[in-house]
Design a protein around this ligand. Sequence first.
Ligand code: 3PG
Length: 205
Amino acid sequence: MTIEAIMRRAPVIPVLIIEDVAHAVPLGRALVAGGLSVLEVTLRTPVAAQCIERMAGEIEGAVVGAGTVLDAATRVAVADMGGRFCVSPGLIAGERAEGAIPLLPGVATATELMAGLAAGYTHFKLFPANVVGGAAALKAFASPFAQARFCPTGGVSAENAGDYLALPNVLCVGGSWVAPAEAIRAGDWDRITALARAACALRAG
Ligand code: 3PG
């Protein structure tokens, strides 16, 4: 699956921080039930790799990938876990777009975008979106970088996601708001499905 197809699959990619492997599959199923079928499991907890393996194997209809991928070796490791894409907060030095699985690198400036384009990428995460100019920055990037497509992430919420999704160079947004830590801890999967459903309805036009 190309990164373009993954980014077009749902308007929001949930950014997941999972502390307990027992939460992984019910959390993923709750999000898929609400219409969010692309799941980014951040590699920030000791159980993240196990979560990706389980979610990739057990959740029908989900496209499971890894976030917080900081080096090239981890991209290969995520593919071995059954992950289908990687997201990084920045450009990984020396790493090109082609690889075991698609990689969505983070950029914050025009210079980083140019480095990414030179490395073969056309799809980027804008990070941290709300800090580095938000929707106004993406509007400004549209003319000089007509080929670039974005997933703004970092400070995106139910309140501002619609502003991003209305932009022609934005295919989806990323955010943790659809899977709040306290809802995960409490096993409140119905609340997470409701948040996912509301997020799905944000797609502009
Ligand atoms: C992250 O890396 O944690 C993501 O950018 C999510 O950011 P958010 O918590 O502001 O949605």
